[in-house]
Every structure is written in C-alpha cells, then in structure tokens.
Design a protein around this ligand. Structure first.
Ligand code: G3I
Length: 462
C-alpha cells in the first residue's frame, strides 16, 4: 500500500503533465507545465528531449559540473536534453569525503542548472563499491550500517523534491556467469541484506523519489541480469520498496547491444517496475554506431514502462572512455549520424546530420562557437556543414536568451519572429554547398548581463 501511494505521487508529479500535454496535442505546453526544457515550440520535435517528450519519455545526459561554464556544452545540454544525471558529483567521495561532513557544492551546481531549465534530475548514486572514501572501508559492521543509512538519508533529504529517480544501489553483482554478489564493504560486512536495507532507508528519506537498482552487463538475459531479476522479483513479492531498474548500456565490440535487449527490458517491466536506460554509450562511428543507437532507442520505445534514456556524456571529448567516440556529438558538438538515428527513431525531424543510413537525403548540421568577447557584447558564429549529399539551401534558427539582442549579422539573410528573440538565418544569395562542405554566418549579441550562448536549433537543408 505504502509503495503504491508513493509511486502514484511520483507518477503524478512527473508523468501526468506530459500525458496531459500530449492529449492536448500541444508539445509546447510541456514547457509551460514546467516539465521539460525545449528550445522553443517550433523546435519541439527537432531535439532529442522534445522528440522523447512527445513519446512520453525523457532524454537525458550525464553532466559534469566543471563543463557547465563552456558555452557550447551548456547550449547543447539546454537545447537537446530534458534530464540530467550528475556524472560524479553526487557520489559518496564527492559529497561525504569525511564522515558526516557533507559538501554538496558541485552537485548543487548541476541541480541548480537543471532546475533553471525545468529538466528532470536522476540522482547517481547512493551505495556503490567505487568512488567510496577510504574511511568507509575501515568501519566495523555496526558503524558501516549506520554510516550507510546516514549517507542515504542526508543526501536524499538535501535533494528532497528535486530528484526524479535515485540509483540507490549501483553495481552490486559480479561480472561473469555466477550471478554472485560483488565483494564490497557493504556486501562483506552487512551481507546480502544491505540492498534491502538501503532501499527501505531511501524510501523513508524521500517517499516521492523513484528508487532504482542500476547495473551494467545486465542489458541482455544472462546470469548477472537473472540475479538482478530475481532480486527485484523477491522485493516486489515481499513489499520491499523498489520502483525502477537502470540498465547502464555501455556497449563496445566486446559487449555489443544484445539481441534480446528489448525482451530483457520487458521482462523486468513485467515485474511491475519502470526501466530506464541510464548510461548509454556505444563505441564505433558512422552507420554501424548509428544502427546500434537506433536499436536501443526503438527498444525503449517498444517497452511502455521504459520511461527514459540517458547518454553518458554530451560530446565525445568528455566521455569517460578516454580515446573513444561513443556519444551523439563529436568534439565540436557536431551532430553525428548516431544523433540523427536516435532523433528519427524518437519520431523527431529536422535534426540535421546524416543518419548513416545511406539514404543520401539532403541534410546539414549547425555548430555554434563564440569567437570574440568585449565588455558588453560577444560575437557568435554558426558553421553550417552539408551532410553526405550536396545541398542548395539551408535554414538555421538562433534563439537569444531573454536579456540579449542582436546588433548586427553577417554572411546570411536573417528574419525575425515577433518576439525579436528568434532569428531564422538563410543563405545570403547562393546556398549551394557540396557534400561535407561548410559555410558560416555570424552575429553580434548585446549580452545585457547574460553571457550564455544562444540556443542554435538544428539545420534544415533544401
Ligand atoms: O576530479 C579529479 C581531478 O581533480 C584529478 O586531477 C583527476 C586525476 O585522476 O581525477 C579526477 O577525478 C576523476 C573523475 O572521474 C572526474 O573526472 C577520477 O579520477 C575518475 O576515476 C572518475 O571517473 C569516473 C568513473 O565513473 C569512476 O568510477 C567517470 O568520470 C564516470 O564517467 C564513471 O561513471 C561510471 C558510473 O558512475 C557507474 N557506471 C559506470 C560508469 C563508467 O565507468
């Protein structure tokens, strides 16, 4: 009973506004409902977050606080995503490096940013064997139990009402074929019951947050995912609070997207929990990578309790896979074929870029950079790149922040909407661009105190 009413409350807060907006057929209302951050109603289905919202889901990214000051990073986050997960800032070593002394400053930065854009926030993570300060491993069982419960309670209460779903316990099972528990201070000193205790403590600390178990290599049916499945089944049978299971979905050639990915998500959903894709990244490039991203997206859409997807970073250069290219944006924030594949699979349109499908359609991408700054103004430049086919025209929308205005533009023909904040730029004369060729246009923004990058929408080719 208690579990059901908690779930219902969380549902009401986070999902009903989405459904209501959809039933009215007005995606733009989502912004007004404070649920989602979209770059503007006109762009609603041309961003990952907008397209996912139209399917009743969120599309999130792992975010690092120290990148938020980079204008293109923040602009891409704000334009494309409607959910964030702090990549490291909520982990035990970041918030409680000394016992019972909490520092939420870096995590608060991300939460503040996300709240300012009405994004959902996933909390990651409360109980994990990694990124655990040394003092935790030195405690005896009694002290460890109290430290674990104190950590869960204080962190969740700090963020009460702000977190959509928490990864309460992360990666508690071993790799390989045993399905056994992983050795950790919690497992070794508190025994198998530590997971249940963590979830019960979490429910008491913030009854409105969804409580998830999160792990990797559980994406297909195997010994490890069977062990998690049995844990969830047992919890549901005994009334232990659990609302969701996170499938990290880190894929590479050794660990490809499993053939039974969707079936695996579905069998967990059938236990009565939500499922979420929590840390998606896929090694590779071009159409092979795009195909894998497409499959993952389609699998989530095919499972009604798959409530959203999170990619583990924004541009490739900030991926935890140091030399990899596993994300949706390249190092210059260009949209990769994988981006276009995800957007198309979500039912979105006009995201620019080539989806790697070899269709040869006319596509383009738009990439923003700030090129110069003075005391009161800055220059922005947008590079337009044709996809795999030649194009004869392009359109890019630039949305200013509310305080900003544009004093001059060059290398393009602008038109403005009634608000004076949305500039639609087209070629000044001949718009021909060969396959892969680039051109650029620029503009001077009067900052009026807001130095954020304007939101640059996707490029539409003709
Ligand atoms: O912040 C310090 C910096 O001050 C120091 O100079 C530098 C030197 O090593 O380290 C920096 O901390 C690093 C931190 O990332 C922030 O960049 C840590 O060493 C590094 O270990 C840490 O890696 C994180 C990793 O978890 C830790 O296990 C990755 O960024 C993060 O993406 C990764 O995320 C995990 C999920 O939480 C759980 N699932 C797997 C996933 C990928 O490994």
């Amino acid at each position: 009973m208690v579990i059901d009413s908690c779930q219902e409350r969380a549902e009401r807060r986070f999902r009903l506004p989405v459904r209501r907006a959809l039933s009215l057929g007005v995606v733009g209302l989502l912004t007004a409902a404070g649920v989602l951050s979209l770059s503007g109603p006109a762009n609603a289905a041309s961003t990952l977050g907008g397209a996912a919202a139209a399917k009743g889901r969120y599309f999130g990214a792992a975010v690092a606080a120290n990148h938020l000051g980079e204008s293109q990073y923040a602009a891409t986050l704000d334009t494309e995503f409607n959910s964030v997960t702090p990549e490291n800032e909520m982990k035990w070593d970041a918030v409680e490096s000394s016992r019972d002394s909490f520092n939420f400053s870096r995590a608060d930065q991300i939460v503040g940013h996300a709240q300012g854009k009405s994004m959902q926030i996933r909390g990651h993570t409360l109980v994990w064997h990694s990124q655990l300060p040394g003092w935790v491993g030195g405690l005896n069982a009694t002290d460890l139990r109290s430290a674990m419960n104190n950590h869960i309670t204080k962190v969740m209460q700090h963020y009460q009402g702000k977190i959509y779903a928490w990864d309460v316990v992360n990666e508690a099972f071993q790799d390989g074929n045993s399905g056994a528990r992983r050795s950790s201070p919690f497992q070794d000193k508190l025994g198998n019951g530590f997971i249940e205790e963590a979830f019960r403590t979490a429910r008491a600390a913030d009854p409105n947050a969804k409580l998830c178990y999160n792990d990797y290599n559980t994406d297909g049916q195997n010994a490890k995912s069977n062990a998690v499945y049995n844990l969830v089944k047992d919890f549901k049978a005994r009334g232990v609070p659990i609302d969701c299971v996170g499938f990290q979905s880190h894929f590479n050639s050794q660990s490809p997207v499993p053939g039974d990915y969707q079936q695996n998500l579905q069998r967990f959903a059938d236990l009565g929990v939500d499922v979420q894709i929590t840390e998606l990244d896929i090694e590779g490039s071009g159409s092979a990578q795009a195909d894998n991203y497409r499959r993952v997206t389609q699998a989530c859409l095919a499972v009604s309790r798959c409530t959203g997807m999170t990619v583990w970073g924004i541009p490739d250069k900030y991926s935890w896979r140091a030399s990899g290219t596993p994300l949706l944006f390249d190092d210059n924030y260009g949209k990769k074929p994988a981006y276009q594949a995800v957007l198309t699979a979500l039912g979105g349109t006009g995201g620019g870029g080539d989806d790697g499908g070899g269709g040869g359609g006319r596509t383009c991408t738009a990439t923003y950079s700030e090129t110069q700054r003075w005391g009161d103004r800055f220059n922005g430049q947008v590079t337009v790149r044709a996809g795999s086919s030649a194009i004869s025209g392009w359109t890019v929308t630039v949305t200013l922040r509310s305080a900003q205005s544009v004093s001059t533009t060059w290398n393009g023909s602008p038109s403005w909407d009634g608000s004076g904040k949305v500039m639609t730029m087209r070629p000044n004369g001949n718009g021909n661009l060969g396959a892969g060729a680039t051109t650029s246009f620029g503009f001077t923004v009067m900052a009026n105190g807001d130095w954020s990058a304007p939101a640059v929408g996707s490029c539409t080719a003709s």
